[in-house]
Design a protein around this ligand. Sequence first.
Ligand code: 5GP
Length: 185
Amino acid sequence: MRNVLMVVSGPSGVGKGTLVKTLLKRRADVVESVSCTTRAPREGEVNGREYFFLSKEEFSRRIAEGDFLEYDEHFGNYYGTPKSFVKETLKTKSVIMEIDVVGGFLAKKAFPECILIFVAPPSVEELKRRLLGRKTETEEEVLGRLSRLEYEMKESEKYDYVLINDDFEKALEEFSDLIDREKEK
Ligand code: 5GP
C-alpha cells in the first residue's frame, strides 16, 4: 500500500477542521502537514507543531529555493506548505494539507498525484444564513465570505472528491474509506 498526499478544502464554517482532527485521532497512518508562516506564534503555539515560524528573510529564501509546494499571503503574512516536510513524511505516512482551493490547485500542479478533497455543507443556503446571522462580523466581512463561498463551491467541481458534511460520522467514514481505496491504487 502506498502513502497518499491529500488536500482538504472547504468553506469556512463547514467543519473541515473537526473532520480532519477526528480522522487523525482514529488513523495512525495519516498526519497533517505543518506549514511555514511569517506570523508570530500565538500563546501556546509550538514551533514545528502548529507551524514552523520563519522570519520574512528565511521565508523569501525558501521561496527562491523552490521549497514551497504552494504559498500565499494572508493578512500581511506569508503561509506555505514546505515540500521538504511533505516529501519526508510521505516516506512513512499519508499526509493531509488543509488549504484553500487556490492552494489546492497549486499543490496539484506541483504534485499531480495529490488528491483533492472538498468538504461541502449539506445546504449552501443554510451556511449562508449562518454567516449572515453572525453578529461578530461587519456587513463587508460577511459579503466577502459569501462571495468566497460561491467561488469555492464552483471550484469544488474540479476536485476529486466532495464530502458532504451532513451526518458527521458518515462523512468521517466516507473520508476514511476513500483514503483506504486511494492507498490501494
Ligand atoms: P492563522 O494565522 O489563523 O493560523 O491562518 C491564517 C490563514 O492562513 C488561514 O486561512 C489558513 O487556512 C491559511 N494557511 C495556513 N497555512 C497555510 C498554507 O500552508 N498555505 C496557504 N496557502 N494558506 C495557509
